[in-house]
Ligand binder design. Structure first.
Ligand SMILES: CC(C)[C@H](C(=O)O)[C@@H](O)C(=O)O
Ligand code: SF4
Length: 410
């Protein structure tokens, strides 16, 4: 799939390990990285971006701004966006970039999409070749619409069977990362197949592809199907052409896993591949629960948490942050938000929240958080904090007890 997408975008036959110069279909930078990209763009003495309609700028990482400095930087980007005539600008409160792009139809099958954010691989859930780039690469794209790529080799990961009760896309994802290791798929394009993947919702596929980078992958891709097309119906920002792997496509590794082996999983501090079945860490004391992020802040995630918390009260502070305004509105409309608020959770503005340790729930010295995010690096949510990663169900079950809890037991 990657070779086909990069061949089309480069206008030449692209095979694994070739270097190609490719035309970018959509380029994203958020409040955190647009500052650096725009500075580099100006240093290159560029005046106009290549195509304002292909650039998407959401404000999500520190939104609303937490200090005068970040407010001033955001002000400068707003001015640049107006000066460049970029129509796809999403203000504070619209949501996380990796939710905002799919919701607005920019994550499309067969497209080459880059974002100045490592989790841009999320859009692979729609059959795109999507990857994160550095801010100076983004400046080059702003200027020319092109970027060089080394065409990745591909892995084929198949997951057979059906996920059992209490086991979700996040558990599947953590399980695969635990098996692969944080550098087990370095620079590979990982294609996902099998019954479990077909049965995943679009949101679940986004959770999976979002974390492809956490096994080192250049990108993760799910072949588009009816669910993908239904999601894109009336939403697609442009016409698109899905691509699929040929039956004789070359994979450097083919791996098969079985859903029956997958229980609720927890990634323990301080590495994402430090994954254990929940039973091994049950009873671990927690100080905070965080349900949100580009990994698990979507409507179905909030619904799962609400089903666990319905009619009960949380035992520890629990922060819930919907991935987007659209998600928040849907959760209000269907009663999910009322259930969560009655259970005692704290709601914050759609965006990244405390995920990267800037605001809205950073940890104190020695504090422990169970989070539905994608990274548990040392110091990420606060200098001396400890982060356990889990599904929204496990996070919500743990909120009820104040310790890590198997969601199948509540
Ligand atoms: C701030 C940004 C560059 C960073 C990333 O690229 O991943 C952030 O989103 C993260 O999750 O750590
Ligand atoms: S929610 Fe977290 S992982 Fe996702 S883009 Fe924001 S900071 Fe990065």
């Amino acid at each position: 799939m990657s070779e086909k997408i990069l061949s089309r975008a480069a206008g030449t036959e692209a095979k694994a390990n070739d270097f190609v110069m490719a035309d970018i279909d959509y380029a994203m930078a958020h409040d955190g990285t647009s500052v650096l990209a725009v500075n580099a763009f100006k240093e290159m003495e560029m005046k106009k971006v290549w195509d304002p309609s292909k650039i998407v700028i959401p404000f999500d990482h520190i939104a609303p701004a937490n200090t005068e400095t970040s407010a001033t930087l955001q002000k400068e980007i707003r001015e640049w966006v107006i000066e460049q005539g970029i129509p796809n600008f999403y203000e504070v409160g619209e949501g996380i970039c990796h939710q905002v792009l799919p919701e607005n139809g920019f994550a499309l099958p067969g497209k080459l999409i880059v974002g100045a954010d490592s989790h841009s691989c999320t859009y692979g859930a729609f059959g795109a070749f999507a990857t994160g780039v550095g801010a100076t690469d983004m400046a080059e794209i702003f200027a020319t619409g092109k970027l060089w790529f080394k065409v990745p080799e591909s892995f084929r990961m198949t997951v057979e069977g059906s996920l059992s009760k209490g086991v979700y896309a996040k558990d599947l994802t953590l399980y695969l990362i635990g098996k692969t290791g944080i550098d087990g798929a370095t620079y590979k394009a990982v294609e996902f197949y099998g019954q479990v993947i077909s049965e995943l919702s679009v949101a679940g596929r986004m959770t999976l592809c979002n974390m492809a980078i956490e096994m080192g992958a250049k990108t993760g891709i799910v072949p588009p199907d009816k669910k993908t097309f239904d999601f894109l119906n009336k939403r697609a920002a442009a016409p698109y052409e899905p691509v699929y792997a040929d039956p004789d496509a070359v994979y450097v590794k083919e791996l098969t896993y079985y859903a029956d082996d997958i229980e609720p999983q927890v990634a323990c501090p301080h590495q994402v591949d430090n994954v254990k079945p929940v039973g091994e860490v049950e009873g671990t004391h927690i100080d905070q629960v965080f349900i949100g992020t580009c990994t698990n802040g979507r409507l179905e995630d909030l619904e799962v948490a609400a089903a666990v918390l319905k009619g009960k009260k949380v035992a520890v502070r629990t922060i819930v942050i919907p991935a987007s305004r659209t998600t928040l509105l849907a959760a209000i409309e269907n009663g999910t938000m009322e259930t969560l608020l009655k259970a005692g959770v704290t709601l914050a503005t759609p965006g990244c929240g405390p995920c990267l340790g800037a605001h809205q729930g950073v940890l104190g010295e020695g504090e422990v958080c169970i989070s539905t995010a994608n990274r548990n690096f040392k110091g990420r949510m606060g200098k001396d904090g400890f982060i356990y990663l889990a599904s929204p169900a496990t996070a919500a079950a743990s909120a009820l007890t104040g310790e890590i809890t198997d969601p199948r037991s509540v």
